[in-house]
Design a protein around this ligand. Structure first.
Ligand code: ADP
Ligand code: F6P
Length: 319
């Protein structure tokens, strides 16, 4: 193996650049060359590929977003399109690829491996919804952004004795909501993995108010419904001075936290080591602070499990 391609694909996440830098520098350290593939699988097909080195990877560890851009390119699910992508890998002399993205991106990586080009996936998504890893690259940064904003909303909630429904990202996973709810001392946390009863939520708010608490925060994962819809459902149950806020894509941007930078760096280095061992079709993760890899096929058969102990903590303190 002489040349490794690197791409970021699917939704961007803070820390992706740290992973790109780590793969580039580790490749150089091992006497290999690194090639950046812009715009995920769309850029692979278009041959939007360039040589990277430690200089092109300078000053990116602290930058949000992805310097390699990202794209959604569903056409890559079709075999003739994959074969055109393989032609580009051959043209640029790329022998193996590191794909940073979510499980959709991993499907593309597995196809590359099946076509004879080993590919290893790094979990890059703010949602923390990838199986076989305790944390994904970007989750910690997005969480910090959510908590910073909840703290701001708490100030104004307190001044006006209001209840804020704060919608955080998480299409299918409640991890951001759960962690942000605990860190932001929310009165309730609503996640897609658990049913909720609007009457119970209202009763909780009423009891909090009856005990003298005059402002409240409810953290809601976007996968459940919008903050505005949730506030509407609560309205008939009492005068809670409701306000609805959607944090949205703000959670995807900004400076990656030190945790995400270190996680991405360790994973990037590990991916190159796996490729050097001739391995492919693998998804890198971190479990109990140890880097691990799993077969992508096993990963596709699994579902991310939210931390129900943490959910219980959130619920036990919410009254
Ligand atoms: P994520 O990687 O964050 O889950 P997507 O599901 O949008 O995001 O997938 C990212 C990209 O991965 C897609 O735009 C497409 O290019 C590629 N991809 C997704 N599913 C497949 C598949 N079944 N086969 C090949 N490539 C795929
Ligand atoms: O998967 C990451 C994520 O940010 C989700 O939390 C969110 O639902 C989705 O991507 C938004 O996607 P888009 O950037 O295409 O609007």
């Amino acid at each position: 193996m002489k040349r490794i391609g690197i791409m970021t694909s699917g939704g961007d996440a803070p820390g992706m650049n740290a992973a790109v830098r780590a793969v580039t520098r580790k490749a150089e350290h091992e006497g290999l060359e690194a090639y950046g593939i812009n715009y995920g699988y769309a850029g692979l097909l278009a041959g939007d590929i360039f040589k990277m080195d430690s200089r092109t990877a300078d000053d990116i560890i602290n930058r949000g977003g992805t310097i390699l851009y990202s794209a959604r390119f569903p056409e890559f699910a079709e075999e003739p399109v994959q074969l055109k992508g393989i032609e580009q890998l051959k043209k640029f002399g790329i022998d193996a690829v590191v794909v940073i993205g979510g499980d959709g991106s991993y499907h593309g990586a597995l196809r590359l491996t099946e076509h004879g080009f080993n590919a290893v996936g790094l979990p890059g998504t703010i949602d923390n919804d990838i199986p076989f890893t305790d944390f994904t690259i970007g989750f910690d940064s997005a969480l910090q952004t959510a908590v910073d904003n909840i703290d701001k909303l708490r100030d104004t909630a307190r001044s006006h004795e209001r209840t804020f429904v704060v919608e955080v990202m998480g299409r299918n996973a409640g991890d951001i909501a759960m962690w942000a709810g605990v860190a932001g001392a929310a009165e309730d946390v609503i996640i897609p993995e658990k049913d909720f009863n609007i009457e119970d939520v209202a009763a909780k708010l009423k009891s909090a108010r009856a005990r003298g608490q005059k402002h409240n925060i409810i953290v809601l994962a976007e996968g459940v419904m919008t903050a505005a819809e949730f506030a509407k459902k609560l309205e008939p149950f009492g005068d809670f001075q409701l306000r609805a806020t959607t944090l949205g894509h703000i959670q995807r941007g900004g400076t990656p936290t030190a945790f995400d930078r270190v996680l991405a760096t360790r994973m990037g280095v590990y991916a190159v080591e796996l490729l050097l061992e001739g391995k492919g079709g693998l998804a890198v993760g971190i479990q109990n602070n140890k880097l691990v890899y799993h077969d992508m096929l096993d990963l596709f058969d699994s579902k991310h499990q939210p931390d129900m102990d943490l959910y219980k903590v959130a619920k036990d303190l919410a009254f």
